[in-house]
Design a protein around this ligand. Structure first.
Ligand SMILES: Cc1cc2nc3c(=O)[nH]c(=O)nc-3n(C[C@H](O)[C@H](O)[C@H](O)COP(=O)(O)OP(=O)(O)OC[C@H]3O[C@@H](n4cnc5c(N)ncnc54)[C@H](O)[C@@H]3O)c2cc1C
Length: 265
């Protein structure tokens, strides 16, 4: 079974802080990690390979430092990595990102399954998986929390809904986005990790020309949406704790409610 995993390198925090003047993410002091949901996608891919054979290819679009994410994935058990890195990819919105990833997947050729995380902890849109599937015109299932079985033609999965689960048979080749409940990601094997960081590591670098895309189709220029402003919400309401024993506090509260025009019945 040939599986492609899409992996994004993200800042190591869910508590994204913004520079109040520029509106940009404050990245100083933040390490980069593999997006947490993507570790579950990787674990699923490697487990399926162990059962069914085949190979796992990991693709990431990002700056050169994203090579660390690919090395870690190879350390976990992926066979090879492709880093899509080019200044022209910078500033991509989700549309341009999905197009770029889709083009790279088309260049790779045959595959049975594409796995992505549900969403990235920085962008948080959860759009990339569905958009890549749409671009490639293959079936997709999102929020996958269990892979029940696989045969040559289909994959049977359970997906999480707000108040329950849905069991789906999805014809291959297909794209799944996965959530944390799916599995427990393994740690990278130290020997594999070391060889993944060496010169002959099975990691390829592709730029815009390598995947046959034009500048106007990718990066900021190819993006259909642009962030006009990013800001943290201001808290307008301030809380007040009423001290004293319960009777005093309740009396005090009633007085305060009366001040703002609320009557106690
Ligand atoms: C309206 C809008 C405008 C934006 N404008 C800009 C901009 O001007 N400049 C800018 O730098 N960014 C911009 N972004 C952010 C950028 O588009 C996203 O970070 C990127 O497209 C991925 O989206 P996401 O982080 O929400 O990923 P999600 O859709 O939440 O990620 C889901 C999954 O897709 C896969 N995935 C996501 N990104 C990658 C990747 N790069 N490589 C491999 N796999 C991946 C992973 O498996 C991930 O778990 C913008 C986003 C939006 C919504």
């Amino acid at each position: 079974m040939d599986i492609i995993v899409l992996v994004k390198q993200v800042p190591d925090t869910t508590d994204v802080k913004l520079d109040p003047k520029t509106g940009n993410i404050i990245r100083e002091g933040l390490d980069s990690i593999i997006n947490p949901d993507d570790l579950h996608a990787l674990e699923a891919a490697i487990s399926l390979k162990e059962t069914w054979g085949g190979k796992v290819t990991v693709i990431s679009m990002g700056p050169l430092q994203a090579i660390d994410a690919l090395s870690e994935a190879i350390g976990m058990g992926a066979d090879k990595g492709i880093l899509l890195s080019d200044k022209a990819f910078a500033g991509a919105d989700t549309w341009a990102t999905s197009f770029t990833l889709g083009k790279a997947i088309k260049k790779l050729g045959k595959y049975d399954l594409i796995l992505c995380g549900r969403q990235a902890i920085d962008g948080d849109t959860a759009q990339i998986g569905p958009q890549v599937a749409d671009y490639l015109q293959i079936p997709q299932t999102t929020y996958v929390c269990e892979i029940e079985k696989v045969n040559k033609k289909s994959i049977f999965v359970k997906r999480q809904l707000e108040n329950g689960y849905e069991r789906i048979q999805c014809v291959l080749p297909a794209l799944l986005t996965v959530i944390g409940e799916l599995n427990m990601p393994r740690y990278p094997d130290v020997g594999r990790l070391i060889s993944a960081c060496q010169e002959k590591a099975p990691i390829k670098f592709w730029n815009a020309a390598d995947i046959g895309v034009k500048t106007r189709q990718i990066g900021a220029e190819g993006s259909l949406t642009h962030v006009i402003k990013t800001f943290a919400p201001k808290f307008k309401r301030e809380g007040e704790i009423l001290e004293g024993d319960t009777k005093d506090a309740v009396r005090n509260l009633i007085g305060k409610l009366a001040e703002v025009g609320m009557r106690s019945e």
